[in-house]
Design a protein around this ligand. Structure first.
Ligand SMILES: C[S@@+](CC[C@H](N)C(=O)[O-])C[C@H]1O[C@@H](n2cnc3c(N)ncnc32)[C@H](O)[C@@H]1O
Length: 216
């Protein structure tokens, strides 16, 4: 990694992982990071987009026209991996305009929406998607369990929600709160667990965890 890329990558990672940062600070940090985000994460061997795409391939087999929302899509790295697996019916949503500008240039997505994932209602009808995939974005100050009810609402019955995130978060309050919300949706019969397992790869810095739930 060049020294300059390494210095700036470290600076942005610090900003987005700052536990005291507000949602707005985080979105501003991604707006600033957008131009070099792909180079940064490549230098960190960030492989979870391909892990997520492989999970989707297992779930959908040959149904490559599945309508998939890449939530917190960023610059479109997940969309790009989904496309390599043959998926071609993709939408993207993210809170950062600048990250989405990079994603749009890749021409991977039919609809690209700038919106916030949280307890707020999304401007998306009920039962729209065959799946939602969300990668690398469940983090303090980013996306948390408060958006899951809304994701469940926009996914069709028998559709999937696939989450790939840092495994170490499960040992923190953030992860414990998330698991409690996930399990609450299981108990309420809103979704069922398909699998919860360590990711085969994540990045040079972190280990990963994959959550796959089927909407009921
Ligand atoms: C680490 S990046 C991951 C992007 C992409 N999924 C990937 O794997 O490369 C996190 C993304 O989450 C977005 N984000 C953070 N909090 C969000 C929220 N509450 N709602 C929507 N997007 C959010 C950021 O703008 C950023 O693009």
């Amino acid at each position: 990694m060049t020294t300059e890329l390494s210095r700036r990558t470290e600076e942005y990672c610090k900003r987005v992982l700052d536990k005291n940062a507000s949602n707005q600070d985080i979105v501003e940090a991604y707006n600033d990071w957008a131009q070099i985000y792909d180079d940064s994460v490549k230098s960190l061997n960030y492989e979870c987009p391909s892990v997520a795409a492989e999970e989707m391939k297992k779930l959908f087999q040959e149904k490559q026209d599945a309508l998939i929302l890449d939530a917190a899509a960023g610059t479109g790295l997940v969309g790009s991996e989904l496309k390599k697996c043959g998926f071609h019916n993709l939408d993207a949503l993210d809170a950062s305009e600048e990250m989405l500008e990079i994603a749009k240039k890749k021409k991977l997505y039919k609809n690209v929406v700038c919106d916030f994932l949280g307890p707020n209602r999304l401007d998306i009808p009920d039962d729209t998607y065959d799946a939602v995939v969300i990668v690398g974005s469940f983090n303090p100050g980013h996306v948390n369990g408060s958006c899951l009810a809304e994701l469940i609402r926009i996914v069709k019955s028998d559709g999937y929600i696939v989450i790939v995130m840092r495994k170490e978060l499960l040992d923190e309050k953030f992860g414990r709160d998330l698991l409690e919300i996930m399990d609450g949706h299981v108990s309420a019969g809103r979704w069922a667990v398909v699998s919860r397992h360590p990711a085969p790869r994540y990045s040079s810095l972190n280990k990963g965890m994959v959550f796959v739930h089927r909407v009921q």
